[in-house]
Write a protein that binds this ligand. Structure first.
Ligand code: ADP
Length: 319
C-alpha cells in the first residue's frame, strides 16, 4: 500500500484530531502518502479529498472536534453509492482508509473492505459504546467535563436544598453516567442497566432528605431513559427537595482532549497504519487490558457488552 485516506464519521469526539495527526505522521514517516477525506463518507462520495501534509496537522493534537469535519450519509448503505466513493478513491490511487467513528461508521468500513478497499476502524465517540474496546477516544475527556459540571451543580444545589437531576450522554451505554456518578459522589445513578423505577428513586430521595438530613442530592441519569424535566417536577411535588434538571447535551462532546485521550488516539493511530501496511483490512483497533489490539469488525460488532456489575456494586457500597 502506498496511498491511504483518513476520515472522521458519525458524532465527533475530543481526540479525533490527535488520531488524525497520528495516522498522518506515522503514515508519512513510513513513506506513505496520506489523504484527508472531508465530511466522512459524504466527502468520499463527493470527492472532497485533499493531501495531508505536516502543515495540515500542525497544532491540532490539543484541539477538540475534527479538522476533517464529520457527516452522516445514510445512503452509504447502498452499494451503488459506495461504488461512487470507490471511484473517487481510485482516481487518486487511494488503496486503503482509516475510519474514525462509531459502530455505524465501522459497518461502512466493513462494506468498503468487502469491495476491495482495506479499511481500519478507530473508536471515536464519547459514549464508550463500542463493546470490543475498554475505552473509546473521547470518553475520558467527556468524563472530565461531566464531573466538572456536577461539581459545580453540587455547589449551587447545596445552597438551595435542591435535587439536581443531571442527564448525561452515552447512547444507551451507561459508562459515562456510572463513571461520572462515582467520581463526583452522586447519590443515585440511573442507566439502562440499572433500570428506572421512578417510585424507588423518589423513596430514596425522601430518605436522603428526612433520615440522612442531606442538604442536596444528585441523581445522574443516562440520556434516552426518561424526560428529566418532567421527573424534576415530580421530585419537587413528592420530596422535600426542589428538583432541577440539567441536560448537559453537546457540551460533553467539546473541549480540548485530556492527555489520556491524546495518548490513546496516538497509539491507535499508529496501530491502524501498521495494520494497513501489513495488508490487513476490515479490522478495528481496541484497547483491552491496557494493550492495543485489533479485531475483525464483524466479530467486534457482535461482542456482548461487558457487565457493568462490578462498578455498580462499588457505587452501591459508596452511597
Ligand atoms: P456512528 O459511526 O457514530 O455510529 P452513524 O451510525 O450515524 O454514526 O454512522 C455514521 C455513518 O456510517 C452513516 O451516516 C453512514 O454513512 C455509515 N453507515 C452506517 N451504517 C452503515 C451500514 N450498515 N453500511 C454502510 N454504511 C453505514
Amino acid at each position: 500500500v502506498r496511498r491511504i485516506g483518513i476520515l472522521t464519521s458519525g458524532g465527533d469526539s475530543p481526540g479525533m484530531n490527535a488520531a488524525i495527526r497520528a495516522v498522518t505522521k506515522v503514515g508519512l514517516n513510513s513513506g506513505l502518502e496520506v489523504f484527508g477525506i472531508y465530511n466522512g463518507y459524504k466527502g468520499m462520495v463527493e470527492g472532497y479529498i485533499e493531501p495531508m501534509t505536516r502543515e495540515t496537522i500542525r497544532e491540532i493534537v490539543n484541539r477538540g472536534g475534527t479538522i476533517l469535519g464529520s457527516a452522516r450519509l445514510p445512503e452509504f448503505k447502498d452499494e451503488e453509492v459506495r461504488r461512487k466513493a470507490i471511484h473517487q478513491l481510485g482516481k487518486r490511487g487511494i488503496e486503503a482508509v482509516v475510519v474514525i467513528g462509531g459502530d455505524g461508521s465501522y459497518r461502512g468500513a466493513l462494506s468498503l473492505t468487502e469491495m476491495g478497499i482495506n479499511c481500519i476502524g478507530l473508536p471515536g465517540t464519547i459514549d464508550n459504546d463500542i463493546t470490543c474496546t475498554d475505552f473509546t477516544i473521547g470518553f475520558h475527556t467527556a468524563l472530565e467535563t461531566v464531573v466538572d459540571a456536577i461539581d459545580k451543580l453540587r455547589d449551587t444545589s447545596n445552597s438551595h436544598h435542591r435535587c439536581s437531576i443531571v442527564e448525561v450522554m452515552g447512547n444507551r451505554c451507561g459508562d459515562l453516567a456510572l463513571w461520572s456518578g462515582i467520581a463526583s459522589g452522586a447519590d443515585m445513578i440511573v442507566t439502562s442497566e440499572t433500570g428506572f423505577d421512578e417510585n424507588d428513586v423518589l423513596d430514596r430521595l425522601r430518605d436522603l432528605d428526612i433520615i440522612r438530613k442531606k442538604k442536596h442530592a444528585i441523581v445522574v441519569i443516562s440520556e434516552k431513559i426518561t424526560d428529566v424535566d418532567q421527573f424534576a417536577k415530580k421530585v419537587t411535588l413528592n420530596t422535600g427537595f426542589s428538583g432541577r434538571a440539567t441536560v448537559l447535551g453537546h457540551i460533553q462532546r467539546g473541549g480540548s482532549p485530556c492527555p489520556y485521550d491524546r495518548m490513546l488516539a496516538s497509539q491507535m493511530g499508529e496501530k491502524a497504519v501498521d495494520l494497513l501496511m501489513q495488508g490487513i483490512g476490515g479490522h478495528c483497533v481496541c484497547i483491552r487490558d491496557n494493550k492495543i489490539v485489533s479485531y475483525p469488525i464483524e466479530k467486534a460488532l457482535s461482542m456482548p457488552a461487558e457487565s457493568r456489575k462490578p462498578l455498580q456494586n462499588l457505587f452501591e457500597r459508596l452511597v
